[in-house]
Design a protein around this ligand. Structure first.
Ligand code: CMP
Length: 693
């Protein structure tokens, strides 16, 4: 009977049989046929063999037959044997047509999510191969890395990649774990990536899309802006039921990650108002939407402490922009109490009091928000002095008499200037004659901190570092390493952290060179090494690395008499630490060390900034007009590493808070005055221990 039919008819009749009834000849025939199908081209022969035992035939005579609807549960995967189907999406209509050899219906199966589109036949007599979800997962999960390109109107809009994640044990339970076979977003248009994310996130449930959503929220300013995002979300919300929940959930997560920046952005605020209106309207029409209203209530509300630590916290009380004063231009930074102890982050709207010097070292003060540009600072100072701003420049005079002109468009000037620097208003050519008369070295005295318990001082140092780190807004990393001037937000808290690093790195040479007595100097050096050991114990790699760099400062390392008198135990400790400091092979030792410890509370920031910058410069943000989402994922992963350090509160030893010396120690750990002029430090070092002859 078989012999009388055409090969095509035989193929179809073999496919129509229940898989378990297929004979060996039939299986072979099916195999020969599917060898030529485009969609299966990349699969190994072994997989094709397995498919012959499970694929089924589906036929639709009528044009306009719906195979499944957007939002349906995904039950099977299809390959078109002949005919054409249209892909329809709510609010967009037909986005593309698929032809003979194309496949569809894999997304819902792979992601364990509702159908992303409706599929309708566009020609009569369409023929399909169909593989049920169970078989698809069982067989195709084993497939090597696969790329899936979704098109709309002839152009790629989303490129998904499925990584080969062969189940190690090969057991069924393993194979069926959803996270084992999900796609990740490689590239896409902004809108399509967002559509994909919104479809697959499930409010308050971890689906694996959660991470992509956070990656998007953390990095979107690199490839789009809030205004576009708001418009798109509102459009999706209005388009229909299926994405409403996703939109609300996205907004809630967004607000918790961006905290005060979310609230200070006028575009986002008007969007939020509009969204609230829409939700309330929906609730009036149908009470099933009450859930949405409740969810939207979870939007982050500002309460003045929105650092990294609080990115998941909820609202308690409110506060507007604080009128905090930061003073710059004195030898020691003077912050008001709340900011001085690092308890609060600096906001863009915070007012800063800047001391601006002129050529004969008299100064005028201007008070401007931290977000003011250098140009605005010049204008404000010139207005006070009745000068014409066009003639003037703002110059930073460092403690070592180096100068640099501050670019006119730079913001966060107050936090960006170095320790012990002064700001001068000068006309062209003036600045070589400037002299920083009030050099820090003349005002600093030895602290006598060596009398305080090592643990106590390490604790307060670490705690301040910890507070400063928690003040950094998650977006500051992005602003700092991706061309800050493009964003209207500042990086003040990150600047303060960078300055803190220098402060800690100049602290050992300052203290040690201020100490004239050799025995005391040895004792002090021992103390520094001990403090550093404790910082390491607290997993404060930031403080640890800074102090270690300080101990290695040439003004300290040349003090041979001091080092000779240091017990060998301490010398060995330093040698061990120096290994971690070694920058060779891209800081391999540090990276290995960090990987071997279970928790790094405060990471070595300079390295993170370096990695981030490298990542920004080494990878394109767009590839063929599509957002390079791989880059966004890597960027966000790095940033999240820092955030992860903040997840658990610092374990505090409360006893250390209540010692007799706690007040002074804490104050010192925060202010810790230092000399940053290396020439001066070298001179002081020479004075305490003249060169050996
Ligand atoms: P799935 O979500 O399971 O069901 C609809 C299918 O349409 C989807 O998988 C894709 O395989 C296919 N498809 C083709 N083009 C698109 C597109 N531009 N957007 C979404 N799905 C598409």
């Amino acid at each position: 009977d078989l012999k009388r039919k055409s090969p095509d008819a035989m193929f179809r009749s073999a496919l129509r049989k229940l898989p378990e009834h297929r004979t060996a000849t039939e299986l072979e025939m099916i195999y020969d046929e599917i060898l030529h199908i485009n969609a299966l081209k990349e699969l190994s022969n072994e997989i094709k063999k397995q498919l012959t035992k499970v694929i089924q035939f589906e036929f639709h005579q009528q044009v306009g037959t719906t195979l499944f609807h957007q939002g349906d549960e995904g039950r099977s995967w299809y390959v078109i044997l002949s005919g054409v189907v249209d892909v329809l999406i709510h609010g967009k209509g037909v986005v593309c047509s698929l032809h003979e050899g194309d496949d569809f219906g894999n997304l819902a199966i792979v992601n364990d999510a509702p159908r992303a589109a409706t599929i309708v036949t566009a020609q009569p007599n369409c023929q399909f191969l169909r593989v049920e979800k169970f078989d698809f997962v069982k067989i195709l999960n084993e497939v090597e890395a696969k790329t899936d390109r979704l098109k709309e109107h002839g152009k790629d809009v989303l490129i998904l990649e499925k990584n080969s994640l062969k189940s190690r044990s090969g057991s069924m339970a393993d194979t069926l774990t959803p996270s084992n076979y999900k796609y990740s977003i490689a590239r896409g248009t902004v809108d399509k990536i967002l559509e994909h994310i919104l479809r697959y996130i499930q409010p308050w449930v971890l689906t694996g899309m959660e991470d992509s959503m956070e990656d998007f929220i953390i990095t979107y300013k690199l490839f789009t802006d809030s205004k576009h995002l708001c418009e798109y979300l509102l459009k999706q919300y209005r388009a229909g039921d299926s994405l409403k929940k996703g939109v609300v959930y996205f907004v809630v997560r967004w607000s918790h990650i961006h905290t005060y920046i979310f609230h200070e952005d006028p575009d986002i605020q008007s969007f939020l108002k509009e969204l609230r209106k829409q939700v309330i309207q929906d609730v009036l029409e149908n009470e099933i939407y009450e859930e949405l209203q409740e969810d939207l209530e979870c939007v982050y509300k500002p309460h003045g402490k929105p650092g990294l630590l609080n990115r998941r916290s909820s609202n308690n009380g409110t506060s507007g922009a604080s009128q905090v004063v930061l003073t710059v231009g004195t030898s020691v930074q003077r912050y008001p109490m709340s900011k001085q102890n690092g308890a609060e982050p600096i906001h863009d709207s915070d007012k800063v009091l800047l001391k601006i010097y002129d050529w004969n070292n008299t100064y005028t003060t201007v008070k401007l928000p931290i977000s003011a540009t250098c140009g605005e600072i010049i204008a404000a100072a010139c207005e006070k002095l009745s000068n014409s701003p066009s003639d003037f420049k703002l110059v930073e005079l460092h403690e070592n008499h180096d100068t640099n002109e501050i670019p006119k468009r730079q913001t966060s000037v107050a936090t960006a200037v170095s320790l012990n620097s002064r700001l001068y208003l000068t006309t062209t050519g003036d600045h070589p004659y400037l002299v920083n008369k009030q050099s820090a070295s003349k005002t600093i005295e030895a602290s006598h901190m060596e009398t305080v318990s090592s643990l106590e001082i390490a604790y307060h140092l670490c705690k301040h570092n910890w507070n400063l780190m928690n003040n950094i807004h998650i977006l500051e990393f992005l602003f700092k390493t991706c061309g800050g001037h493009k964003f209207k937000w500042t990086t003040s808290n990150l600047n303060v952290m960078a300055r803190r690093f220098n402060q800690l790195a100049y602290w050992p040479p300052t203290e040690i060179c201020l100490c004239a007595n050799i025995n005391k100097r040895v004792q002090l050096l021992r103390k520094f090494i001990k403090w550093d050991t404790y910082l390491k114990m607290y997993h404060d790699m930031f403080g640890f690395m800074a102090v270690m760099i300080g101990i290695g400062n040439q003004a300290v390392s040349r003090l041979h008499d001091t080092w000779d008198k240091l017990p060998s135990k301490y010398r060995k400790m330093v040698q061990g630490f120096e290994g971690i400091l070694d920058p060779s092979r891209n800081h391999r030792n540090y990276r290995l060390f960090v990987a071997s410890t279970e928790s790094t509370r405060i990471p070595y920031f300079p390295l993170i900034m370096k990695d981030l910058t490298f990542m920004q410069e080494g990878n394109d943000t767009f590839k063929d007009d599509l957002v390079n989402f791989e880059k966004m994922r890597m960027t966000s992963k790095l940033i999240r590493q820092v955030v992860d350090g903040c997840r658990n509160p610092l374990e505090v030893d409360n006893l250390l808070e209540t010692t007799k010396t706690a007040g002074t120690t804490k104050k010192y750990a925060i202010t810790c005055p230092v000399i940053t002029n290396q020439v001066v430090l070298n001179e002081m070092s020479n004075t305490v221990e003249p060169k050996r002859t």
